[in-house]
Design a protein around this ligand. Structure first.
Ligand code: GLY
Length: 324
């Protein structure tokens, strides 16, 4: 008989500059808490970590505020191309899609590839998979993202990334308020199993063919020991191989806190711009960021909390709960 453990859950809606004073903080908090409540109750009723991650990613992709699924940012040519991946820690199986268009939930394609011999598909292959699965064509473009792109085109695409959160006021913000969007879900289920999922519309305004970290083990990774989802500048995440780095450190015997602290100290030295959320099999919850803000929320079995009002500047490896 399988042992029952206290489920744990942490999710994110991106990382970037602070939301303080921009009026969006409470709205983002409400969005994240709704997802936490729904997905945590699924975990409590025995839903597997993999299924909980799938449902959590779908909900976040469907929220036009976040840069994934509906509300994805536009690339330099004005098109939406999304990437998503899912990793089941128990089978240590990674699957994902890169630069897929015209689907509502890219994470549906990622999970469909879990047991396939070809587990990561890009543009044409991902479109063909969507056709095979009879997934209807869907346009995730929102008016706010279109306006953001038009403004950037007028400015000759000076910004390096689009806004992480789509709010009317953010369309008017200055270049220094550039944000980094992605969504992610990491879950520990009642059977002690871990999974991680990540989905994104990319950086925004990027050249055609650019590949996001979100559909690479650098940005989303899980074993039976730990699971991590990253957000922020994809190139920085790839250069640190962040999710895999943290998980391998835990697999090699470091605590989650030590693994996050060591990885984020290195990231700070290398002037990286990102954040990550993590769980380990003992139920420890952790997050880290080098960005000003990380839009994350969690359920530790007792209460819901979030990282929305952390001080600006590097905050490393906050452990919210440890049941080692
Ligand atoms: N981390 C999302 C991206 O850079 O595409």
């Amino acid at each position: 008989m399988e042992i029952k453990v206290q489920p744990k859950l942490i999710i994110h809606g991106g990382a970037g500059s602070s939301l303080r004073g921009k009026g969006g903080l409470e709205t983002v908090r409400r969005s994240l808490y709704q997802v936490i409540e729904e997905i945590y109750s699924l975990l409590e009723s025995g839903t597997s970590a993999k299924e909980a991650v799938l449902r959590g990613c779908q909900l976040l992709e469907d929220d036009p505020r976040f840069n994934a699924g509906t509300g994805s940012v536009l690339q330099s040519d004005g098109q939406i191309r999304m990437s998503a991946s899912l990793m089941d820690g128990t089978s240590q199986s990674f699957s994902g899609v890169i630069n897929v268009s015209r689907v509502k939930n890219p994470i549906d394609l990622a999970i469909a590839l879990q047991n396939s011999p070809d587990r990561v598909l890009s543009d044409y292959g991902a479109a063909e998979l969507a056709r095979e699965l009879q997934i209807p064509s869907y346009n995730g473009l929102t008016e706010l993202r279109l306006q953001e792109w038009i403004k950037e085109r007028q400015d000759n695409f000076k910004r390096t990334m689009a806004g992480v959160v789509a709010e009317a006021e953010l369309v008017e913000t200055s270049h220094s308020n550039a944000r980094r969007g992605t969504i992610g879900v990491v879950a520990l289920d009642t059977y002690g199993k871990l999974a991680a999922g990540t989905s994104t519309g990319g950086k925004g305004f990027e050249r055609i063919g650019r590949v996001s970290d979100s559909a690479m083990p650098a940005g989303n990774y899980a074993t039976k020991y730990a699971a991590v989802s990253c957000t922020g500048i994809g190139e920085d995440i790839i250069d640190e191989c962040l999710a895999t780095r943290v998980v391998v450190r835990v697999t090699d015997g470091l605590s989650l806190k030590e693994a996050m602290q060591r990885s984020f100290t290195e990231a700070q030295e290398h002037k990286r711009d990102f954040g990550a959320i993590a769980l380990d099999a003992s139920g420890a919850i952790a997050w880290g960021k080098t960005s000003d803000a990380l839009l994350a929320a969690y359920h530790n079995g007792e209460k819901i909390g979030d990282t929305l009002e952390l001080p600006v500047g590097t905050e490393v490896g906050h452990i919210l709960s440890c049941e080692c």
